[in-house]
Design a protein around this ligand. Structure first.
Ligand SMILES: Cc1cc2nc3c(=O)[nH]c(=O)nc-3n(C[C@H](O)[C@H](O)[C@H](O)COP(=O)(O)OP(=O)(O)OC[C@H]3O[C@@H](n4cnc5c(N)ncnc54)[C@H](O)[C@@H]3O)c2cc1C
Length: 316
């Protein structure tokens, strides 16, 4: 039996596991996909750094985890906002951070391609049922999966939590990265014909883009009609009036990864209700809950691990 089961191997779950590792708490991390990192994914290709998920990150305070992970030089400023806070990128892509977290996970068990389906309680232990029918037990749980999945986990065990998690809603986003020779596109980018259609940014940051080139990074807010990455690039470039032959392109389709609920007025109340209903030894952390900024997800994952470790100490 693991002391703590961490569900979800995105940046929040990895940060929680890393904190448990530092605290010397036994843990198992379960991730449904074959890779760790969740919506953080980066690739270096033909001299370009292509981020398929988050890439421009809002930094409002010091990030102590950078020094701990040896990444002080890994981040570059992009812009300063009016309130004095920074926008930054990881020079080699945001996956630099999740890769560094994964490397620090030495003592726990990491199980990928395993989905948690439901949770329950047997005496003072949590019983965790996997989609493949396997059962596992843990003394405590940190759930770092989005609400739409966590809702199913709580469905039979704590229906009142499940009902509240059902209220969370999401946006579809397609991240398209297009690398061009600089002379091929007119900068700055023109606004999209339909403001609801896309947002875009261009960069020629030297750590991200080879000399003489630019990288367009676009978030398309509703599904493009076509199904293959090539067709999506063709449709987007035609709509935007850009050349259809970028030197490099990458398309990442995220049907439900952009959580809208944390931006609503009722979210804090809902979270307070959910947290009051959570049984002892269960924490919810990450994107959908109380972590609006990227930095909050790391800090929230770590805080959840400390909270659970303290609860286990009291319980022992
Ligand atoms: C295209 C895109 C751009 C974004 N841009 C930004 C940005 O610029 N700034 C920003 O702050 N945020 C951004 N986000 C939000 C982004 O999701 C977060 O920043 C962060 O990566 C979320 O981390 P997380 O670990 O909380 O969740 P996730 O990355 O969603 O990780 C959750 C993990 O749980 C796993 N999982 C789900 N169900 C189960 C189950 N039943 N059993 C086991 N595992 C399960 C999933 O496979 C996933 O790996 C963006 C998201 C997307 C998709």
């Amino acid at each position: 039996m693991a002391d703590v089961m961490v569900v979800g191997g995105g940046v929040t779950g990895l940060a929680a596991a890393y904190e448990l590792e530092k605290l010397g708490v036994d843990y198992t991390l379960i991730e449904v996909k074959g890779r760790l990192g969740g919506s953080v994914v980066s690739e270096r290709r033909d001299g370009f750094v292509l981020d398929g998920g988050p890439f421009v990150l809002h930094r409002t305070r010091e990030w102590p985890f950078l020094a701990e992970l040896g990444l002080e030089e890994a981040v570059a400023p992009v812009a300063k906002l009016a309130d004095g806070s920074d926008l930054v990128t990881f020079k080699d892509g945001t996956q630099t951070l999740t890769d560094a977290l994964v490397q620090r996970l030495q003592t726990g068990r990491i199980l990928t391609r395993m989905a948690v389906s439901t949770i329950g309680q047997v005496e003072n232990r949590y019983a965790i049922c996997m989609e493949n029918g396997m059962m596992m037990e843990a003394a405590a749980l940190i759930i770092c999966a989005p609400a739409r999945f966590a809702e199913r986990m709580f469905y039979t065990f704590q229906p009142e939590i499940s009902l509240r998690l059902l209220k969370f809603h999401y946006d579809t986003i397609t991240r398209v990265s297009l690398g061009y020779r600089a002379e091929a596109v007119t900068l700055p980018l023109e606004a999209p014909p339909d403001p609801g259609f896309a947002f875009g940014r261009w960069t020629n940051e030297p750590h991200r883009v080879p000399p003489g080139h630019v990288l367009l990074q676009i978030g398309v807010r509703f599904p493009l009609n076509k199904t293959t990455p090539e067709q999506m690039v063709e449709e987007l470039t035609r709509t935007m009036g850009w050349p259809s032959d970028p030197v490099v392109s990458r398309v990442d389709y995220w049907p439900e990864s952009h959580s809208l609920s944390p931006y609503t007025d009722e979210h804090d109340t809902l979270m307070t209700e959910i947290e009051a209903l959570l049984p002892g030894g269960v924490a919810l952390a990450g994107n959908d809950y109380r972590a609006r900024l990227f930095e909050d997800r790391v800090l929230h994952g770590q805080a959840a691990a400390r909270q659970i470790a303290a609860w286990m100490g009291q319980d022992a």
